[in-house]
Design a protein around this ligand. Structure first.
Ligand code: ADP
Length: 192
């Protein structure tokens, strides 16, 4: 019988790791990942995945999809702007928007992997299919980061809906994003 703790010990002691500094890749490979999504708006759950992903990859491109979504709150350009402010000062983290197929964008950026977050078993089912399809059509691997427990129920869709009905979503999204959400909802109210 073995335990994960024993596996970790073996890893740390094995020859292939000898002489390597923490974080240094075993074959010196530069790994670029893209993290695609709608991010309307970016949530603390997304941001948690970004912070943890940034530690795993040399370069992480947050890719905001420009394809239309139901009842959007922000334009793709606004989402890119908000995320760019949030990740300012995080080395190797970039933000862009993209159109069309994620795998085509990944190929254009010469990305090695697609990063996705997992919240629940429902996510697993959908993400599993998506990852298999992306690997079948483009040969690209998907890497998953499991949500931190406190963000397991956080979705952009719910945040848009709850905020529009006057619910308090201030502890589910970054402070600056919350301000923009409030502003946008006010603008929409006065337009009506
Ligand atoms: P999509 O429109 O594909 O659902 P999202 O912007 O909602 O795009 O999400 C982008 C990625 O972030 C997806 O992989 C999604 O599973 C992940 N994600 C969203 N919310 C969370 C969360 N609270 N915790 C972990 N991952 C999340």
């Amino acid at each position: 019988m073995y335990s994960p703790a024993i596996l970790l010990d073996l890893g740390a002691g094995c020859d292939i790791m000898a002489g390597k500094k923490k974080g240094e890749k075993m074959d010196g490979k530069y790994v670029r990942a893209i993290f695609p999504g709608s991010f309307d708006p970016i949530t603390n759950g997304h941001f948690d995945v970004i912070k943890r992903g940034a530690k795993l990859f040399d370069e992480l491109i947050i890719a905001v999809g420009r394809s239309p979504i139901k009842n959007p709150l922000f334009t793709p350009a606004e989402r890119v702007e908000m995320i760019t402010e949030l990740v300012a000062g995080m080395p190797g983290v970039l933000v862009e928007s993209f159109d069309g197929l994620t795998v085509e964008y990944a190929a254009k950026k010469k990305a090695d992997v697609i990063l996705r977050g997992l919240r629940s078993l429902t996510d697993v089912q959908y993400e599993f299919q998506l990852a298999m399809t992306n690997r079948a059509v483009a040969g690209i691997e998907t890497v998953f980061i499991m949500t931190s427990e406190q963000y397991g129920f956080t979705t952009s869709t719910l945040i848009r809906e709850v905020a529009a009905l006057g619910g308090d979503v201030s502890n589910l999204i970054p402070k600056a994003v919350y301000k923009r959400v409030r502003q946008r909802l006010e603008e929409l109210k006065t337009k009506k």
